[in-house]
Design a protein around this ligand. Structure first.
Ligand SMILES: Cc1cc2nc3c(=O)[nH]c(=O)nc-3n(C[C@H](O)[C@H](O)[C@H](O)COP(=O)(O)OP(=O)(O)OC[C@H]3O[C@@H](n4cnc5c(N)ncnc54)[C@H](O)[C@@H]3O)c2cc1C
Length: 502
């Protein structure tokens, strides 16, 4: 009987009385908009160019297809029960709207293990620790130890101009000793925190603690540089607890699709958008046949680099914002293995290995632990590294992923079965991973798209401060539905800002 939390309330009143909305793009934003507009009595049509819904919310399974702009068709040949998430793979605990829709749509969630102290840092070709598999916990604890030791020493010797009282200094030193695991002399020595070279066991087996690396070894190997150290795990969005949809993130898109199946036209590629004096006309090609539709209003969720190539009669400001949009280059590859050697041989259950080579990251699956086979992400990279692998043929990408990955996991050679890669900046329906803004473009280009251009509204992750997250698509859909409903039902509705409560 309790009302849902205010952040999730979306109790719009009034009725759309069958007024028509054409929605361009059947990703999360487009389908959520249709789902909410249906509830309010509007007549929606979603035009989606792909033969599937979901857009970037896509899990690659046996038979999945993709064609990239400089590579031909690729078909996944994974085992039937295996998949990898080519787009979204994790949901932060503070993305309340994403969690809300999973609940409302009946999509079960499970914990996504984003942080794993037993995964590796692997610095290729750099310094004394070059080409050595180093457990994340070893570097975390060594760096915590050395930096707290340095700071404790500086405070002891009054070398910090802090204005601390003696009592404050004692409190800070006591915290530093606990945080860094320092000994009574305030020195960092080996401790069980960084793991064992011989595990503790029965009878007299007390375990053997591993020795720390020296600070200069760590420094010289680049392990304090942004390629490695806590690049991900400390950011707000990537802090545990994180979730994933059971059975693949595409379950979220599939659940939405069920709700809007009657509205959804697949294989319908939008060719032009024309604002009329009243209403809007959209031409599209459906299975090779040119068609058109008119509606009272349009909601366009097509990613901006794709929209830039579509004919329209938008204003100069809007047109420029679309044409100058910037999206990230990002690539992922799923690798199927005969056996979960990362679990069986190396006790890695989920989490991420970081490396400075082209792979950038290897992601281990957070599902089906201790199963027989599995798919891991052979790479997940961005910007220049994503561009470099994206420029390769599918086969050359695989050769690279296997050769670089084998440096970390020599088991690749015997256990590899098959692969599928996606370079999102080469996917014609997206032409990029997600929108990237500077503080300057937020003030200029971004602003122009927050308002409708006559009868056409814009929505999608790119119109939020939640870029790279499904939460952006959900939030944007709700926001545009409120605007459209306010206009057509002539009610003044303020969209509730759903700020995360952290
Ligand atoms: C590599 C990667 C990792 C990510 N990781 C996460 C994550 O861990 N967690 C998370 O929450 N989010 C993640 N995201 C972000 C998330 O996937 C997106 O923010 C969200 O799915 C965007 O939804 P959308 O509806 O705005 O856009 P899209 O999903 O891109 O939908 C736009 C739709 O428009 C269609 N379209 C394009 N051209 C036309 C045309 N001419 N005619 C008709 N239709 C057209 C497209 O086919 C597509 O279906 C990730 C994204 C990527 C790429």
């Amino acid at each position: 009987m309790l009302k849902s939390a205010p952040a999730l309330a979306f109790d719009l009143t009034g009725n759309g009385n069958g007024k028509s909305i054409v929605i361009l793009g059947g990703g999360i934003a487009g389908m959520t908009a249709a789902y909410e507009l249906n509830k309010l009595g509007y007549t929606c049509t979603i035009l989606e160019t792909r033969e599937r819904s979901g857009g970037r919310c896509w899990s690659v399974r046996n038979g999945s297809l993709s064609t990239e702009i400089t590579n031909g068709k690729q078909q996944a040949k994974f085992d039937n029960d295996l998949y990898f998430n080519a787009g979204p793979s994790r949901i932060p605990h503070h993305h309340q709207l994403t969690l809300h829709y999973c609940k409302e749509l009946g999509v079960p969630l499970q914990i996504y293990n984003n942080v794993n102290e037993n995964a590796y840092y692997f610095s290729e070709g750099k310094g004394a620790l070059s080409n050595k598999k180093i457990r994340v916990r070893e570097i975390h604890n060594d760096l915590r130890g050395y930096t707290t030791e340095l700071l404790a020493k500086a405070i002891d010797q009054n070398k910090l101009d802090t204005g601390f009282t003696k009592e404050d200094s004692e409190k800070v030193i006591s915290w530093l000793m606990a945080e860094g695991g320092l000994d009574p002399d305030k020195l960092y020595k080996a401790s069980a925190r960084r793991g064992y070279i011989e595990q503790p066991g029965p009878k007299n087996r007390s375990g053997k603690i591993s020795d720390p690396y020296t600070l200069s070894e760590i420094l010289g190997s680049g392990l304090m540089e942004p390629d490695f150290y806590n690049v991900a795990e400390y950011t707000y969005e990537l802090q545990m607890t994180m979730f994933q949809a059971v059975g693949g993130m595409d379950q979220i898109a599939k659940a939405l699709e069920k709700k809007v199946a009657a509205n959804l036209k697949l294989n319908a590629k939008v060719d032009s958008i024309t604002n009329l004096d009243q209403g809007v006309k959209v031409t599209y090609t459906e299975k090779g046949v040119s068609k058109s539709i008119t509606a009272d209003l349009c909601i366009c969720t097509i990613p901006l680099p794709v929209l830039s190539n579509i004919n329209h009669n938008f204003s100069g400001d809007v047109s420029r914002s679309i044409d100058f949009a910037s999206y990230i280059q990002t690539s992922k590859m799923g690798l199927q293995f005969k056996r979960r050697f990362w679990e069986e041989d190396e006790a890695i259950y989920g989490g991420i290995t970081h490396t400075n080579n082209e792979l950038t990251q290897i992601f281990y699956p957070s599902n089906d632990y201790q199963g027989k086979k599995g798919i891991l992400l052979g790479y997940y990279n961005f910007n220049d590294k994503a561009k470099a692998v994206g420029d390769l043929s599918y086969q050359d990408r695989l050769t690279l992923a296997l050769s670089k990955g084998s440096l970390i996991h020599p088991q690749y050679a015997n256990e590899f079965e098959n692969a599928f890669s996606v370079s999102w900046h080469k996917v014609p329906e997206n032409l990029g991973g997600w929108a990237v803004y500077t503080s300057e473009t937020r003030k200029t280009q971004y602003q122009a798209l927050l308002k409708p251009d006559k009868q056409t509204y814009f929505a999608g992750e790119h119109l939020t401060y939640l870029n790279a997250w499904m939460a952006g698509a959900f939030e944007s859909a709700r926001s545009v539905v409120a605007d459209v409903h306010a206009r057509l039902s002539e009610q003044r509705i303020a969209y509730p800002t759903t700020e995360s409560k952290g």
